[in-house]
Design a protein around this ligand. Structure first.
Ligand code: SAM
Ligand code: SF4
Length: 327
């Protein structure tokens, strides 16, 4: 069975946030005091998540990303990854801040994790500390090297923040010269948990032009239609560069993803408020066919793009933390 939305887009990718907790405080993601974490009992249990995986694979979902919050803060994450390995999914990926990941890398390799997205917003220790409000640069760097050592395909995600880490753009891009890594620059989105809207002069175009000025051989690489990143090669580079128009939202026309928040809310768009709560439905005794039907209906009412989803919010503008959604 295929899951097709009301705009003809096939959904085959689920992003699953397994916790909203985090040990960093990246200022583009949450306020210094953190966010109000949900009670543990309000998180979907691993059993409930595996039931969901069983249902969505029957609907044609083949790819899953485990995210959060920081997924490695979820107790027995590796046990959960083992269960995912035994599921009908074809690909499991992880997004992590790399602070608690280093020692797990050999097991991630054994578990067949297809790729890891590692968040790293600066190569300068002081700037890293300022952005994350924690002193963990060395740890994250060791994780990066460990991922490469174990040959797990790795992408670096750097959120480009005006006045904060612009000096890191070129050094970060240079990592792809030396290492086989995809370095991706992400437009800053308003999911900072404060309700304030960031000034985003560093759009896709500005980032592109800045890179092109330094790397004249920057050339677009054809990518999968559903990819949110525009991918580029540079002559002499082992890896590649990417730019994600996360705030401009130019890729919505081919979006193939669903999201489930740590509390079990199904989101058919990052910018929307969510459709219905899977965990509540399961705990109320719904059968698998009923849950399947609810997913099909939610997907059948999907917003055309992130702008339509945002404007249909009942509770006003985007203000929640990305950690409470799963970026
Ligand atoms: N804690 C993990 C991490 O940082 O990789 C996983 C969760 S984090 C919410 C997932 C991704 O969302 C990270 O790559 C992070 O940089 C990105 N992100 C968070 N807030 C963002 C924002 N306001 N704008 C753009 N990207 C954001
Ligand atoms: Fe934590 Fe990731 Fe949000 Fe940073 S981006 S505060 S590491 S959840």
């Amino acid at each position: 069975m295929k899951l097709i939305d009301n705009h003809g887009r096939q959904i085959n990718y689920l992003r699953l946030a397994v916790t909203d907790r985090c040990n960093l405080r990246c200022f583009y993601c949450m306020p210094e005091k953190g966010i109000d974490y949900v009670e543990r009992s309000a998180l979907m249990s691993f059993e409930e998540l595996m039931r969901l995986v069983d249902i969505v694979t029957k609907l044609g979902i083949t790819k899953l990303r485990v995210t959060g919050g920081e997924p490695f803060l979820r107790k027995d994450l590796l046990g959960f990854l083992q269960m995912l390995k035994e599921s009908n999914l074809e690909e499991v990926h992880i997004t992590t801040n790399g602070t608690l990941t280093h020692d797990a890398v050999p097991q991630l390799k054994d578990l067949g994790i297809r790729s890891v997205n590692l968040s790293l917003d600066s190569l300068d220790r002081n700037r890293f500390d300022l952005i994350t409000r924690r002193d963990r640069f060395e740890t994250v760097w060791r994780t990066f090297i460990q991922l490469l050592t174990y040959k797990i395909p790795t992408k670096i995600n750097m959120v480009v923040m005006n006045g904060q880490n612009i000096a890191d753009l070129i050094p970060m891009a240079e990592l792809a010269r030396k290492y086989e890594v995809d370095v991706r620059f992400i437009e800053e989105m308003p999911f900072n948990g404060t309700g304030s809207t960031p000034d985003v002069p560093w759009t896709f175009r500005t980032i592109h032009d800045h890179l092109k000025a330094h790397f004249p051989t920057l050339a677009l690489i054809p990518a999968a239609e559903s990819s949110t990143a525009s991918k580029y090669s540079v002559q002499g580079f082992k890896g590649s560069l990417g730019i994600i128009a996360a705030a401009s939202r130019t890729f919505c026309g081919s979006c193939n993803r669903l999201r489930v928040t740590p509390q079990g809310m199904l989101r058919t768009c990052l910018y929307g408020e969510g459709t219905f709560n899977l965990k509540d439905m399961m705990r109320a005794g719904a059968t698998d066919p009923q849950i399947m039907q609810a997913i099909v209906e939610a997907v059948g009412n999907r917003a055309k793009d992130g702008f339509e989803a945002e404007s249909s919010r009942k509770n006003g503008i985007v203000s929640e933390s990305m950690a409470s959604i799963g970026g």
